[in-house]
Design a protein around this ligand. Structure first.
Ligand code: SF4
Length: 351
């Protein structure tokens, strides 16, 4: 874990999981939410890692399920007055940057991300200042202020292409915040990359030794891993890719058994897309100090129907991004979107 373990732990202590609901409670909450969404012209956008109940509700109500950037793009394109972002805080900020005129609410503002926490602008800005010869490339899992300080924002699915493009231009890269994803790109491209030291608490817990043992139990299984996982895990994977690339591989590969190294929330979509396949979560340490719910992001889990209803009723937990920061953050975001359009690439990633 990066140097910010203590800070991350403090945030984790506040990540209280939602209570289990009976079927009657769930139905009541859902119908109240649907009625309010209609009355307020609100739309729900949910991340792949949130509870399946929220993903289903987003789809049922004409909202959207996907990664952070696609969520933000959907939010920008839809005609709602209110966007409710079920995910973690940087996703709410990205939605607000792309839709400054809409009200952006979140079920809870306590839902954050270890990558975002471990890369505060107060430290990141001076770090960039110390390396003026490097092009600053940041992952989508960062605050609006960190995005505003960057030259490029990337998702996991486009990061390799952007870094290769920068290499072709003879540029050196300052990469933040995920060190495993940065290391993966550096090894793939050979680019000159200076890496910030942060990690995702979920992906960092996947263990290569356990994965080797699991492969012996399921010798015909394909292993799909997200590049936020440690290098030793990625070396054992048949496919390394973003959430969308993992979903596509699971559907298209002939293997019946699929071992998956990413947040378990994705199983909801995997089972919808490939109902006959057997999905198995890759092994984690299970008792590491920061592993509160292995392969299950504790912050994503804070998004509950109860919290969503309350936020919508009170129009609370609103995301605000200062206009100047949002304008500045739009520049590297737009750069990525234009690069993707020009090269006919997808920006769909995990972030
Ligand atoms: S799964 Fe990891 S990268 Fe995603 S929000 Fe949780 S801590 Fe952040």
């Amino acid at each position: 874990m990066a140097a910010d373990t203590e800070v991350v732990r403090r945030f984790l202590d506040r990540a209280v999981p939602p209570e289990n609901l009976s079927s009657a409670q769930r139905q009541k909450l859902e119908s109240e939410i649907l009625a309010l969404m209609e009355a307020k012209n609100a739309r729900l956008v949910a991340h792949y890692y949130t509870d399946g109940l929220l993903q289903d509700l987003a789809e049922k109500s004409g909202g959207f399920v996907g990664d952070s950037l696609e969520m933000a793009r959907f939010g920008h394109e839809c005609d709602a007055d209110i966007l409710i972002v079920a995910g973690v805080r940087f996703m709410g900020e990205s939605a607000k940057i792309l839709s400054p005129d809409k009200t952006v609410l979140m079920p809870t503002l306590e839902a954050t991300c270890s990558l975002d926490i471990a890369c505060p602008i107060e430290r990141f800005g001076p770090f960039c200042d110390q390396h003026p010869d490097r092009t600053v490339v940041v992952y989508a899992n960062t605050s609006a202020a960190v995005k505003a300080r960057s030259d490029w924002v990337v998702t996991s699915s486009i990061a390799l292409d952007v870094v290769e493009h920068l290499m072709d231009e003879g540029k050196k890269v300052l990469w933040a915040p995920d060190k495993h994803l940065g290391d993966f790109i550096r090894r793939k491209t050979g680019a000159d990359m200076l890496l910030w030291d942060a990690a995702c608490i979920v992906h960092e817990e996947f263990k290569a030794r356990g994965l080797e043992q699991m492969r012996q139990v399921y010798p015909d299984a394909a292993v799909l891993a997200h590049p936020e996982s440690p290098a030793a895990v990625l070396e054992l994977a048949d496919v390394v890719g973003s959430t969308t690339q993992i979903i596509n591989a699971a559907v298209n590969l002939p293997n019946n058994d699929i071992i998956v190294a990413t947040d378990q929330g994705i199983f909801h979509r995997l089972q919808q897309q490939a109902p006959d396949k057997n999905f198995i979560i890759a092994p984690t340490a299970g008792n590491d100090a920061t592993c509160r719910s292995c392969a299950n992001c504790p912050w994503m889990a804070m998004n509950s129907l109860q919290a969503l209803l309350q936020s919508l009723q009170q129009e609370s937990n609103e995301i605000e991004v200062a206009a100047q920061v949002a304008e500045q953050a739009m520049i590297p975001l737009r750069r990525m979107l234009e690069f993707a359009a020009k090269n006919q690439l997808s920006v769909r990633g995990k972030a």
